[in-house]
Design a binder for this molecule. Structure first.
Ligand SMILES: Cc1ncc(COP(=O)(O)O)c(C=O)c1O
Length: 364
């Protein structure tokens, strides 16, 4: 038995992060890499991941406070704010911290044009809606916006022209072709402009990766952007290993229910392991019976309901697990893609939901 047991922690493998960056760098060739670190670097810890990612050209985040957190931590690399500013008051703050906003609608453009007390000229990105229909100006508005941006004295140079694919994870989807055609038409008057399209899936599928900046998020963390595959299939290594100790092992008689709602009972006598992780740590509460948990070199089925601080695992009649053993909820031995599939969600959600109380241990 281990001397001490631990509630949930995530071992963050920084060598795997470097390895994945290397894989991405090889695929990207001459293109520049905007590494996406929003949502606390997909749950991996924003500042530490930014510090560890030496070989990327810029960092993308979604919120002003994330960008400022990086600047306050001494990160000097270019930072792109993917949804731009949310209020006009933020514009001078972004300019003073060299944070590059994405302009995705006319309202932001007007706010930027009208901004006062902007001490440093800002580089900006201009997002074009080519078919995602979420953020972005219409292709027909590009010429007006482009010229307006060039005319704003506190904007530094031409905007980077970008768009985002709705179906890059389904490379043969018709929508990809549509969006790429619209993008290429929209940017064609601006030969020589800097451009960006590909996220992880597009980069690995070879879609739109010819544009100047690629924008991988998920792949940096070693996770496959395509369903029914895992990162390893693309030479990637899992960065996060979410773990927790087995804090109780007990015999359960056939028919005796386990956990809240007496929702599960074994058909035959068995052993149950209690693992110190629950929905309070970000483990999904709706994880169904049978969701795999890796302990001591094999997978066991999660059974019963997920509680706030604990889950229960059926260890079987032939007990091979001891009190204090480490369970892996996802990571190197149990790909997060497999857990997401069992739970009926996507790896992004599982990673981002890891709660603040889960300690992140960085392994160099
Ligand atoms: C505009 C934009 N680019 C790139 C990414 C990175 O996507 P992925 O994590 O699938 O590589 C995102 C993430 O949602 C995004 O919103």
């Amino acid at each position: 038995m281990a001397d001490a047991m631990r509630p949930a922690w995530a071992a963050i493998n920084l060598q795997a992060l470097q390895h994945n960056t290397h894989v991405i760098r090889k695929l990207a060739g001459e293109r520049r890499i905007l590494g996406i670190l929003k949502a606390n670097a997909y749950g991996h810890g924003l500042t530490r991941i930014a510090q560890a990612l030496a070989d990327i050209d810029a960092i993308g985040v979604a919120r002003v406070d994330e960008a400022l957190q990086l600047r306050n931590a001494g990160i000097t690399r270019p930072i792109v704010l993917l949804e731009g500013f949310f209020a006009a008051e933020q514009i001078p703050v972004l300019a003073a911290s060299s944070i590059q906003p994405v302009i995705h609608n006319m309202h932001q453009l007007e706010q930027l044009a009208a901004a006062e007390h902007v001490s440093d000229a800002m580089r900006v990105w201009l997002k074009i809606d080519t078919g995602m229909h979420r953020l972005g100006i219409e292709p027909s508005q590009v010429s007006t916006c482009y010229q307006r941006l060039l005319d704003i004295p506190h904007v530094n140079g031409a905007p980077v022209l970008m768009s985002h694919l709705a179906c890059a994870d389904e490379p043969d989807h018709e929508q990809n072709r549509k969006q790429l055609t619209r993008f290429s038409e929209a940017i064609s008057p601006y030969q020589g402009s800097v451009t960006s399209m590909a996220n992880s899936a597009a980069l690995f599928a070879g879609i739109g990766k010819e544009y100047d900046w690629v924008r991988p998020g998920l792949a940096l963390y070693g996770v496959s952007p395509f369903s029914e595959t895992i990162g390893r299939d693309y030479g990637l290594e899992a960065v996060m290993n979410l773990q927790a100790s087995v804090i109780s092992v007990r015999k359960i008689k056939a028919g005796e229910p386990v956990g809240y709602g007496a929702a599960w009972a074994p058909a035959t006598d068995t052993h149950i392991g209690i693992v110190a992780i629950g929905y309070g740590d970000g483990y999904p509460r709706h994880a169904p019976e049978g969701t795999p948990v890796w302990i001591g070199g094999r997978c066991y089925p999660m059974v019963g309901r997920v509680a706030m601080d604990m889950i229960t695992v059926d260890l079987g009649a032939d007990l091979r697990v001891a009190l204090g053993d480490t369970a892996q909820l996802w990571g190197r031995d149990l790909p997060v893609e497999k857990v997401a599939e069992a739970v009926g969600t996507i790896p992004y959600e599982l990673l981002c939901n890891v709660a603040r109380r889960v300690q992140l241990d960085y392994l160099d």
